[in-house]
Design a protein around this ligand. Structure first.
Ligand code: HPA
Length: 269
């Protein structure tokens, strides 16, 4: 694994991706944030050695490097989900490469179903903790050069960054929640009983991503900040027919607010 990480990192450095300060991984319908990256270098995943190629509509499959709010960043427009059939190694490699490129923080976004009854469609939730119901991406042989066999997960989401986001939201009049994100494999959306169950075990929002990348990042001690955009509700009496298109549409509506938060967060690093 380390050899592949180094090979890919060298390839990307040679393409001009030098010393990014932050990495961003964007979720369904939220990829347009990358339009604000200036002096950009774009590389298709398919042209990057060892990178998997994302197969989901709404996930472009490009690495974009450039200036964002005066900071150099590298963004993954398009991510890799378990439901696409990728294994742990494939999900892990891009995140590890971002770290080896030099990022100091990882920012993530996702579209999620709200199971907290106080949530509304279009709300933004800052993730303070997670429940990972996907296979743990660290299962298998561990390379101590990358991280510890048994990584601590007591502060998976950086508290300083969470508080910063709440302040930024307040200053910009953006309705925001804090909450626990639960990941499931998908690709099915939940049954009403599953939504109820996830609420009972402590979730505020449910989605199909993010926790694998956060686990991989925390294995390397990389601070993480993540937000969910609530695109549908898994709350009794409020459950509506959900499709990938409805999720994409609702996510797109919150894009401007999400971008404000992410831009200010990254500028303040
Ligand atoms: N469940 C799981 N994943 C999702 C949902 C949901 O309700 N909405 C967006 N991604």
């Amino acid at each position: 694994m380390l050899e592949k990480i180094i090979e890919t990192t060298k390839f990307l450095r040679a393409k001009g991706i030098i010393d990014p300060e932050a990495g961003i991984i964007l979720g369904t319908g939220l990829g347009e944030l990358t339009a604000k990256i200036d002096k950009r270098i774009e590389i298709d995943y398919k042209d990057i050695p060892n990178f998997p190629v994302s197969t989901v509509e709404g996930h472009a499959g490009k690495l974009i490097y450039g200036e964002f709010g005066k900071k150099k960043i590298v963004a993954m427009k398009g991510r890799f989900h378990y439901y696409e059939g990728y294994g742990a190694q494939q999900v892990a490699l891009p995140v590890r490469v971002l770290k080896y490129l030099g990022i100091k923080c990882l920012f993530l976004s996702n579209a999620a179903g709200g199971v907290n009854p106080s949530f509304q469609i279009g709300d933004i939730m800052v993730i303070t903790d997670h429940i990972n119901l996907l296979p743990n991406p660290l299962i298998g042989q561990n390379d101590e050069r990358i991280g510890a066999r048994f990584p601590d997960m007591g502060e998976a989401y950086d508290k300083y960054l969470v508080n910063k986001a709440l302040l930024i939201a307040e200053e910009n009049n953006i309705r925001i929640h804090k909450g626990v994100y639960l990941s499931t494999s998908g690709p099915t959306f939940e049954t009403p009983a599953e939504y109820r169950y996830f609420r009972i075990i402590g979730a505020d929002a449910v989605g199909m991503s993010t926790t694998p990348e956060v686990i991989i990042a925390r294995h390397m001690n990389l601070p993480c900040f993540a937000v969910s955009v609530i695109t549908d509700l898994g709350v009794e009496g409020k459950i509506e027919y959900t499709t990938h298109e409805s999720v994409q549409n609702e996510a797109a509506k919150t894009e401007a607010r999400m971008t404000t938060i992410m831009t200010e967060m990254i500028s303040s690093l």
